[in-house]
Design a binder for this molecule. Structure first.
Ligand code: FAD
Length: 495
């Protein structure tokens, strides 16, 4: 007999779970509060310009291949490998650095500031590569049935990695490199996790290996939203139905401790045999299921990743000197990183990232224009609740961009949209506007992260950034796999 599954959320983890569940013979219905699929992996179209709303590139592309292979599907989108991975600019200097994947080419970039770079870099890569291979299957890509299984798994990791549990990302990078520029550039990846190198554990230096050596970074031909369109097309062909503008706000429970139905904002009841929650796994437990362990007070005391301040700008004219992925840093890295998590954060002299999708996707802008996406990590709404100054802050970023690059764009703007943390919060139900969900501290990872199996309802499961294993597109793909494995373990494969 078919089992009906309702998936709450059409983010990447929700879509990938749907593909896997269909492949196992389940019937799937998808709901989302937003008006189109993708969650944070979304798209904004305005006046002839097309922007990826949030993710602009990703690592571990083989996690996508694995989904296709496991479900016997032909490619639904086409990857493009990046090299250089990105460009980094520093305020006050016209010199910028291109982050190539080859150590020899990288050494050329840094030859004036970091003597003996190639040797140091290879040693750093060797250590982060070993850490990656020693933990990815044992700790990251798996569920633990109980705490002892987690401890047992940790004990099977070679002890040489232990000191990394005691250090921060920055302390680890400091052991390998001398120049501030190189240390800052190498530790940028900790911002991709939504933290800073000063509060991210050194175990995440394994990400340096994934970005430079293992699989690099990738874009998608035609823009990142092709991923969502490819998955949705496939799911619709298989008979999955989608219901947008539908927000789950409460629930009905049967006597036996199973969930009977979820109720949306209009009072419509959505019944199913099983439920997969792709909405934030901590927030949903607190706000919808009213669980004391996820009360507002408890949620507030957790560490959340930074909030995004994003701006989507379509200009007239080309920016030939810039790459597709560009980081703009100041000269006070440590001070800035330590304030970006506090209410002392100042909106002058920001650090930010600029993506120019029209560099590799001609559909992103008219032939005589360029599409620019500015992303500035800022404190979440607990620390800065008021974003009524968003226009002013946006102008500050544009002014800084013009000063660093020498390219004037403010008089060439044809379209501009700003999405501040309060809008990120309400659009996708992100706690206090936190862009990447729960932070990746030792107390909030693996066994300690909200589980993908509900504590009370045996027919409720979770997938996505705030459950295991964590945030980012490859982790969403792994999360979907882990969640569907849990469902199949309990309910079997029906195909
Ligand atoms: C600005 C920004 C830039 C990023 N850049 C990158 C990048 O370059 N590379 C990368 O790998 N990752 C990046 N990320 C992270 C990445 O976007 C996320 O980790 C990933 O998309 C999360 O997917 P998900 O499926 O867990 O959740 P989401 O994408 O958040 O999907 C959850 C869905 O659930 C819906 N929902 C929530 N609550 C309800 C409810 N009660 N009822 C109905 N529907 C509900 C939401 O509307 C949403 O569509 C970025 C994130 C941000 C914010």
């Amino acid at each position: 007999m078919k089992q009906k599954v309702i998936i709450v959320g059409t983010g990447l983890a929700g879509l990938a779970s749907a593909v896997r569940l269909m492949n196992k013979g389940y019937e799937v219905v998808m709901l989302d509060k937003f008006h189109q699929a993708g969650g944070r992996l979304n798209q904004l179209k305005k006046e002839g310009y097309t922007f990826d709303m949030a993710p602009t590139f990703f690592s571990m592309s083989y996690e996508f291949d694995e989904l296709l292979k496991d479900c016997n599907l032909s490619p639904l989108f086409q990857f493009q490998e990046l090299n250089p991975l990105y460009h980094v600019y520093f305020r006050g200097s016209r010199k910028h650095y291109k982050l190539f994947r080859e150590p020899e080419k990288l050494a050329q970039e840094f030859k004036e500031i970091e003597p003996d770079f190639e040797r140091k870099f290879k040693k750093y890569m060797e250590e982060s590569g070993e850490l990656f291979h020693d933990t990815i299957d044992k700790i990251v890509k798996r569920n633990f049935d109980n705490f002892y299984a987690y401890v047992w798994a940790l004990m099977s990791v070679p002890p040489k990695h232990l000191p990394k549990l005691m250090r921060t990302f920055w302390q680890e990078v400091e052991r390998h490199f001398d120049s501030n520029e190189v240390k800052e550039i190498i530790s940028l990846v900790s911002f991709f996790l939504g933290g800073t190198p000063f509060n991210t554990p050194a175990i995440y230096t394994l990400l340096s290996y994934t970005e430079f050596m293992h699989d690099g970074y990738h874009n998608v031909k035609g823009g990142m939203y092709e991923i969502v369109e490819g998955l949705v097309r496939h799911l619709k062909e298989k008979g999955v139905t989608f219901h947008f503008n539908t927000e789950i706000v409460t629930f009905e429970v049967t006597n036996s401790g199973t969930l009977e139905s979820l109720i949306d904002q209009n009072g419509t009841s959505w019944k199913a045999d099983l439920f997969v929650i792709n909405s934030d796994a901590a927030l949903f437990r607190g706000k919808v299921f009213n669980r004391p362990a996820f009360s507002e007070k408890k949620l507030n005391s957790k560490q959340w990743t930074m909030a995004p301040f994003t701006m989507y700008v379509g200009i007239e004219g080309k920016l030939d000197q810039l790459g597709q992925h560009n980081y703009f840093l100041g000269n006070n890295f440590k001070e800035y990183a330590n304030k970006v998590y506090t209410s002392d954060f100042k909106t002058d002299k920001p650090y930010y990232y600029v993506n120019i999708p029209s560099k590799n996707n001609t559909n992103a802008a008219p032939a005589d224009g360029e599409a620019l996406f500015f992303l500035c990590p800022v404190p979440d709404l607990r620390m800065i609740p008021d974003w009524s100054n968003k226009e002013q802050f946006g102008n500050e970023i544009i002014r800084d961009f013009e000063q660093i690059t020498g390219q004037v764009i403010s008089d060439k703007i044809r379209t501009k949209t700003i999405v501040a943390p309060d809008e990120w919060e309400t659009t996708f139900n992100l706690y206090k506007g936190s862009g990447l969900g729960l932070g990746h501290t030792l107390k909030q990872m693996a066994w300690f992260r909200p589980k993908n199996v509900d504590e009370k309802f045996k027919n409720v499961f979770y997938t996505g950034a705030s459950t295991v294993p964590g945030t980012g597109l490859p982790m969403a793909m792994i999360s979907a796999k882990l969640t569907v494995n849990q469902i199949v373990k309990s309910y079997g494969s029906l195909s």
